[in-house]
Design a protein. Structure first.
Length: 131
């Protein structure tokens, strides 16, 4: 897992999502409202969404039914979603708009529409947890 660093109230947290947030809360005296389980769930959903997006990107590249302009637009939306879900403070609205655009753009292509629905579902689950 990639190592991430986050600074909250002068306390820098570095490491994977396996950090015991309750321990940090006790040591820093700060208030962390996110539970360890939620952090893991959110992380898992977003990781899975990124994997699905990556394979979707490859499928779009090799798809013969989409015209080059449509492919370009779709790839741009995939990159937007990938970028946003990896941010500590994602622009949910931007990511949601990109997902909606993907749904519309790939609606007629069965094998590409299914992964988009999957990404939409995973991201929606993660968004519930991210404040």
């Amino acid at each position: 897992a990639p190592t991430k660093s986050q600074n909250m109230g002068g306390v820098t947290i570095t490491g994977s999502s396996e950090i015991d947030l309750n321990q940090i809360q006790a040591e820093s005296g700060g208030k962390i409202t996110q539970s360890k389980t939620q952090a893991k769930l959110q992380n898992t959903d977003l990781k899975e969404a990124l994997i699905v997006l990556e394979s979707l990107k490859q499928a779009v590249t090799t798809d013969n039914t989409l015209n080059p302009l449509a492919k370009e637009v779709v790839e741009e939306k995939i990159q937007t979603i990938q970028r946003e879900v990896q941010k500590p403070q994602p622009d949910k609205s931007l990511a949601d708009q990109a997902i909606t655009a993907l749904k519309k753009g790939l609606a007629g292509v069965e094998e590409l529409a299914e992964p988009v629905m999957r990404v939409a579902s995973l991201v929606a689950k993660a968004w519930i947890i991210i404040p």
